[in-house]
Design a protein around this ligand. Structure first.
Ligand code: PMT
Length: 325
């Protein structure tokens, strides 16, 4: 497979590349319903709380995007991410008082379901003598907790879950969310933990039907996905507090890459993590400092996302205060 960024888009400005990406993407199936749900969620969470302030809203992106190789897709290039970071962070954002838009890959980890087995429907239930079903004793607490927490968040209009699979769906939905969240101003946060495709096949260059397996060599040209982080900051939601992630497998380049991303995309912070230690340790890189955040190993139930979200929420408070001066 030939990964090449030599394409007709290469000489265009980022704005023009972004426009070309959206103009040529297959339309989102349920965009009207998504837009209605988003507007309702944002409006609901924009009314003042008891303390006179409005709730903060964070968009958490989670899981990996796919880049399809065929329009009637049988095969695709995937990006590694289980969605654990995004799902866990969502739980801590809710705990910190945020309303969360959870933009996630279909089938990836979901908030409040981490303590359930892989196949909860089949493993958590058992038949009773009168041919009904009941929750197995061993899972009864975990199921009750997951169900109640999830139900409270969704029914209370504090958690809106929007699924994606492809890079086309992800970027179109991220754009819709960001533009809808403009009215939230500095109370909006973007926490971009999704692993987003760097290369894709533009829809118009993609074959319609399943690629046949006859030939020895498969020659597919992949084009660079425009990095939408700058467009998000500059055009879509310029007042929002923006956190992106940097994942590397080589620790010697991680912090330099995170620093470069901070400058290049004008992020408020970049969370740097290494593949093997990502559940234990992250480094929050800002223009002023680098803060190492560690999982507290004294209690087995602790997550690195607990101190991470506390830190980012404090920084967001300072950002909101600064913005109102
Ligand atoms: O889900 P888990 O298994 O728990 O793993 C969590 C994680 C390792 C996936 C997560 O912590 C993480 O690091 N996510 C970002 C991974 C990544 O793709 O990094 P990157 O260096 O390729 O991208 C950096 C940033 O640019 C990301 O915030 C991404 O959303 C953004 N990006 C990337 C490519 C692209 N075309 N457009 C983008 O906006």
């Amino acid at each position: 497979m030939d990964a090449s960024n030599k394409h007709e888009d290469a000489g265009k400005t980022l704005e023009a590349q972004a426009k070309a990406f959206f103009d040529s993407a297959p339309p989102l199936h349920n965009s009207h319903k998504i837009s209605q749900d988003l507007n309702h969620f944002i409006q609901h969470n924009s009314s003042s709380l008891e303390n006179g302030e409005a709730r903060r809203i964070v968009c958490v992106t989670s899981g990996g995007t796919t880049a399809p190789l065929e329009q009637r897709c049988v095969r695709y290039v995937d990006n590694f991410s289980s969605g654990h970071r995004g799902a866990t962070s969502t739980e801590y954002f809710l705990k910190a008082g945020y309303a969360v838009i959870f933009l996630h890959r279909r089938g990836s980890f979901q908030p409040f379901c981490r303590s359930l087995p892989d196949d909860p429907l089949l493993e958590c239930f058992e038949p009773t003598n009168d041919l009904n079903i009941q929750v197995r004793e061993a899972y009864s607490e975990a199921v009750k907790r997951a169900y109640m927490n999830h139900h409270t968040a969704v029914e209370g209009c504090l958690l809106l879950k929007l699924p994606f699979s492809t890079i086309f769906e992800y970027l179109q939905m991220l754009q819709m969310i960001a533009i809808s969240m403009r009215c939230v101003g500095p109370r909006a946060m973007f926490y971009l933990a999704a692993a987003v495709s760097d290369y894709y096949v533009p829809w118009k260059d993609m074959v319609e039907h399943k690629i046949q397996s006859g030939s020895h060599l498969l020659d597919v040209k992949l084009v660079q996905v425009p990095k939408m982080l700058s467009v998000l900051r500059k055009d879509w939601a310029p007042q929002a507090f923006c956190i992106s992630f940097k994942l590397e497998t080589d620790s010697s380049i991680l912090l330099n890459k995170a620093n470069a991303a901070l400058d290049k995309y004008n992020m408020h912070a970049v969370v740097a993590n290494e593949l093997l230690t990502r559940k234990e340790r992250v480094v929050v890189v800002t223009s002023a400092e680098k803060i190492t955040v560690l999982r507290d190993n004294s209690e087995s139930a602790n997550d690195v996302e607990d101190p991470l979200i506390k830190l980012l929420s404090e920084r967001h408070t300072a950002y909101i205060e600064d913005s109102s001066r």
